[in-house]
Design a protein around this ligand. Structure first.
Ligand code: M6R
Length: 605
């Protein structure tokens, strides 16, 4: 979802900006561009499609000395993915890049058009650069013109702007969309980006801008004002330089690597949190659950599915009333939010716009808030009263895998942590659950045998008129997640359903071209789920059963290990559905890591 980079210094601006954009590719984009100001000379390049197209266009361009530059990967919101709509956008003598949405752009554009300003694109962004130049023409100094522009904008934005007349300056503003600036101790260089990764290897310390921050950088330093216009000092943190986990390590795709990594990252998630007879979250304030009678979980996409899984665990083990909300729905339905409810936002990125807004809503309503997140220092982590980091490491594949696995692991632990407080489980059962949790890393190991089986099996599932993933209890959210994975990367139609619901309508679709992926765990309602699958089999649907118990009505059977508990079966089956989607997608020749129309981090609503 749109990425921003910026650079000021003597270095090779073009390479630094292109490198940064490459690191932001995972966010999803459909066009890209850069603009560089060297002396009073502007050079700007834009290209539709992948970054190689932009690299090709810039191959003969080099800077020679000091320059300022900005770059952008665009995920189309207002206007089609064309070169004209790609950023940076030009005024008469300034360029701007922007991530987010300017909500009042239509009124602003109308006013500017009436004043004779010529617009080249259909974007909301272009108003920024024209407003800035209008303020300049009215006689304001460049920074004052920029400040006034920012004060006129409504909506979410991370903005970088460069202009002739201030050739050694980059202006910035941040509100609702992520942005940070990086520095090194031994140069005057400044680096901007939407997330940490583009700055690794360049900057050693970073400042994360807060909502309402705006200002400028030049050779001398960084000047930041808060939303009240009060000057503030940057707050620098050391930037971790570990890029190892951000590389493919010989796997064909990041998603494949991330599926294999699950065993290690789940071990990290458990680390220090499991004692012999107790689950411990040192990061949680001890009074977080005081006065709490209900938990409301809120998220989007895969994180929503992990939240649904959590609701089964919280109610079963901690006996606490739990509701689950899709963030984009909660935002606008005027919900009843009471202060005896703990609001829990779940997000891999910590930047998803809809989830972030619900977190703000909950805070405004006076609720205690907790965030389950994979990215430290992300907007949600900084906003919530408390946070638990999932420790999945950088997840690059757009289709989330290890983030889901670690979220469910955290939720399982959290349900036990709560059960300790509420004394809803016996000591014996608590100890048993802790032992089971220790077995999760082993349950998600991808064996050669399993992966080979999934590779072979995938060729039988490339056609048909759709997939139903079905399961009962907590295997229903897993069915939803299995279906989401398949549709995201294979572009085949897939739905997740509770097994028992099929006969209430969807069974009408049953025929040999309807593929049912049936989750049949031994330790959770096996007989009931099995009869639901038999009903489908009797109507000639093609059945692929995933179960430790052989099932003679299945056309295909994927044998999982005999496990002690349904949660270990859950994690093992999770790997199976992830591998199925991966192999189907590879056979179809799709871009597994960057599927069409999708963005890794959805920072617009
Ligand atoms: O970063 P978040 O967890 O907040 O992202 C939420 C969804 O956008 C995300 O899970 C999306 O559904 C993924 N593509 C799933 O694979």
């Amino acid at each position: 979802m749109c990425g921003i980079v910026g650079y000021l210094g003597e270095g090779n601006s073009k390479e630094i900006l292109l490198h940064g954009l490459k690191e932001l590719e995972y966010r999803g984009y459909d066009s890209a561009g850069i603009a560089i100001l060297e002396g009073d000379n502007f050079s700007s390049f834009k290209a539709v499609g992948k970054l190689v197209n932009l690299e090709e266009k810039t191959k003969d361009f080099q800077t020679k000395g000091f320059s300022v530059g900005i770059g952008h990967t665009r995920w189309a919101t207002h206007g089609k993915p064309t070169e004209l709509n790609a950023h940076p956008h030009l005024g008469e003598s300034s360029y701007v890049v922007h991530n987010g949405i300017i909500e009042n752009y239509a009124e602003l554009k109308e006013e500017l058009l009436a004043e004779g300003v010529n617009f080249l694109s259909q974007t909301d962004t272009e108003v920024i650069v024209h407003l800035f130049e209008k303020n300049l023409k009215a006689g304001l100094q460049p920074f004052k013109a920029f400040e006034k522009t920012v004060q006129t904008l409504d909506g979410a934005y991370a903005i970088l702007l460069i202009t002739k007349g201030e050739e050694e300056t980059i202006f910035f503003a941040k509100n609702g969309s992520p942005m940070l600036v990086g520095i090194t101790q031994d140069s005057n260089e400044k680096f901007f980006a939407s997330s940490d990764t583009p700055l690794i290897g360049y900057a050693t310390e970073v400042n994360y801008f807060e909502d309402g921050d705006y200002g400028y950088v030049n050779k001398e330093g960084i000047v930041i004002f808060n939303e009240e216009g009060v000057k503030k000092e940057p707050s620098f943190k050391t930037l971790s330089q570990n890029k190892l986990s951000a590389q493919k390590d010989g796997y064909r795709f990041f998603m494949e690597k991330e599926i294999y990594e699950q065993t290690n990252v789940i071990s990290d998630t458990l680390l220090g949190r499991l004692h012999d007879e107790e689950v411990v979250f040192d990061e949680l304030p001890s009074d977080l659950f005081d006065g709490i009678n209900e938990i409301k979980l809120c998220a989007c996409g895969t994180s929503y599915h992990s939240a649904l899984s959590a609701s089964y665990l919280f109610e079963r083990y901690a006996r606490v009333k739990t509701s689950v909300e899709v963030a984009s729905e909660l935002r606008y339905r005027d919900p009843i939010l009471t202060t005896d409810t703990l609001f829990v936002a779940i997000s891999q990125s910590g930047e998803t716009a809809d989830t972030l807004e619900t977190l703000k809503m909950a805070k405004e309503a006076g609720l205690k808030t907790l965030v389950i997140c994979n990215v430290d220092n992300s907007s949600m982590v900084r906003l919530a009263d408390a946070s638990i980091l999932t420790r999945a490491g950088v997840e690059k594949g757009v289709a989330s895998t290890k983030a889901f696995a670690t979220q469910v692991t955290v939720f399982w632990m959290l349900s036990l942590y709560l059960s300790q407080k509420k004394q809803t489980l016996s000591n014996e059962e608590l100890k048993r659950q802790i032992c089971l949790l220790r077995e999760v890393p082993a349950a998600v190991v991808v064996t050669d045998e399993l992966h080979e089986k999934m590779k072979r099996l995938s060729k039988r599932y490339l056609h048909g008129h759709g997939f139903f993933f079905i399961g009962r209890d907590i295997f229903f959210p897993l069915a939803l997640e299995g279906a989401l994975k398949l549709k995201e990367i294979s572009y085949l139609h897939a739905e997740g359903y509770p097994s028992g619901e099929m006969k209430h309508g969807p069974i009408a679709l049953a025929d040999p071209e309807l593929f049912t992926i049936a989750l049949l765990p031994e330790h959770m309602l096996y007989d009931k789920a099995k009869s639901n699958v038999e009903e489908l089999s009797a109507r000639d649907a093609t059945i692929c059963a995933i179960s430790p118990l052989p099932f003679d009505k299945a056309d295909d059977y994927i044998a999982t290990k005999k496990q002690k508990d349904y949660m270990l079966e859950f994690f093992e089956m999770m790997v199976v559905v992830q591998l199925l989607s991966l192999e189907v997608s590879i056979r179809l020749g799709n871009d597994v890591d960057m599927p069409r129309n999708l963005a890794k981090s959805v920072t617009v609503e």
